[in-house]
Design a protein around this ligand. Structure first.
Ligand code: HGY
Ligand code: MN
Ligand code: MN
Ligand code: MN
Length: 408
């Protein structure tokens, strides 16, 4: 079997080829052609390692290594394999690869677990195609109704189920995961920030994750001719949106305690250079380690949106995602620290400013999460890069932890 580091790099290089923007980072939207290519690669690797492969009604992929105990709950290890537009090659796939290679080490070392080990590759964690995010994990745990799932549309109006069928997936497969079938969930992820690199520490043991919300705001004005419409007779949706957006950062700064706010997506309709925009749709992403900070900023944001309303400008606010801050429990966090010490790999505790599937599962099972350094702290961009030596470290730690968790 190829050396671990070689396998890691092969997986990263292969998966990074499955992108809609080959010259400009990774764009792998859920249920796209690129999803299908990555999915097939992941499933082939699971089969190569002798795992039993299945997909659920969302298209989440599971590779199971049976345990000696019958009907026992699984130790699940993995992450997501979708991306942001023009993102990096490591956000998500690093964790899927860690899961694959931990299973590979079980097989290579003839470890026969008592409890099953399951590798998981989750869909639509970023929400880049259908909005919100954490879709595959939230769906598994019943936080997304079937009606809610079916009603999701991408920007071309294609529904989740239509998109699934188009790449050969079966939306009628079982969706819910009974938490009783889950013994633990482990996730490796790139830090996506500068802390580990600045401290020159190869492993972060995640203790907590920020709470976050994603709002989608629609501003409705009146289209008109850019040349013939007097300035005092306009209902310009883009001017109204810009008035709101430029005032948002101050709300996060006033809140302090690491609160952040971002408008990442903005669409102008009809988007013509000589047409007064009649509609603008934009997102507001608000995060903080303290839930009250998020709630305060939501309130101020809604009040500001309301203040631009008048007879000619209407607004609406959709909450695409809301998830409270998470504190991971001691059980697995301390196990990960112990394994790092036994392997003589330096680590530090770290909190996450990024959302992760682990935060969904942490309400249903014991969760443990490791970070590896991101070069220059960059992520969600083509420059995203992590050292496969760090990924190898993390896989060894997770292998030792998974052995213990599948034993007792
Ligand atoms: O947005 C996030 O924090 C994650 O990358 N989905
Ligand atoms: Mn991610
Ligand atoms: Mn991400
Ligand atoms: Mn994640």
């Amino acid at each position: 079997m190829q050396e671990l580091k070689e396998r890691i790099e092969r997986h990263i290089n292969q998966l990074s080829e499955f992108t809609a923007t080959p010259e400009n980072g990774t764009t792998r939207l859920t249920y796209s052609v690129e999803d299908l290519q990555a999915r097939n690669y992941i499933k082939d690797t699971m089969k190569e390692y002798g795992l039993q492969v299945r997909e659920d009604g969302y298209g989440n992929i599971f590779g199971k290594l049976d345990g000696t105990l019958i009907n026992a709950p699984s130790v699940i290890i993995g992450s997501h394999f979708d991306s942001v537009p023009n993102g990096g090659a490591y956000d998500g796939p690093a964790g899927v690869i860690a899961g694959l290679e931990v299973a590979g080490l079980f097989v290579k070392n003839n470890v026969a677990p008592r409890y099953p080990l399951e590798v998981v590759a989750l869909v639509e964690e970023e929400g880049s195609r259908f909005g919100g995010g954490l879709m595959g994990s939230r769906g598994m745990m019943g936080l997304l109704s079937d009606e809610g799932f079916r009603s999701l549309r991408d920007r071309d109006g294609i529904s989740t189920e239509e998109a699934m069928v188009k790449i050969g997936l079966d939306p009628s497969l079982p969706r819910r995961r009974d938490p009783k079938t889950m013994k633990a969930f482990l996730e490796l992820h790139i830090e996506q920030g500068p802390i580990l690199e600045e401290k020159n520490i190869p492993i972060g043991v995640v203790e907590a994750i920020v709470g976050l919300t994603q709002l989608e705001i629609t501003i409705q004005g009146q289209a008109g001719h850019a040349g013939t419409t007097p300035m005092d007779r306009r209902a310009d949706a883009l001017v109204a949106a810009a008035t709101i957006i430029t005032q948002l950062p101050a709300f996060a700064v006033e809140e302090g305690q690491g609160t952040v706010i971002t408008t990442g997506r903005l669409n102008v309709f009809p988007n013509g250079a000589n047409v007064i925009p009649n509609k603008v749709v934009f997102t507001v992403d608000i995060r903080s380690g303290k839930e009250q900070n998020v709630l305060n900023v939501i309130e101020k944001t809604k009040a500001l949106i309301h203040s631009v309303c008048n007879d000619n400008i209407q607004t609406s606010v959709d909450q695409l995602l809301y998830i409270q801050p998470k504190q991971f429990n001691e059980r697995i966090t301390s196990l990960l620290k112990k394994q790092s010490e036994e392997l003589n790999i330096q680590y530090c505790s770290i909190n996450s400013g990024a959302g992760h599937d682990a935060m969904v599962f942490s309400d249903y099972t014991d969760v443990g999460m490791l970070f590896i350094p991101s070069r220059d702290g960059l992520s969600h961009c083509p420059e995203e890069w992590s050292d496969s030596v760090h990924l190898e470290n993390a896989i060894h730690i997770l292998f030792e932890a998974a052995k213990r968790l599948t034993e007792s």
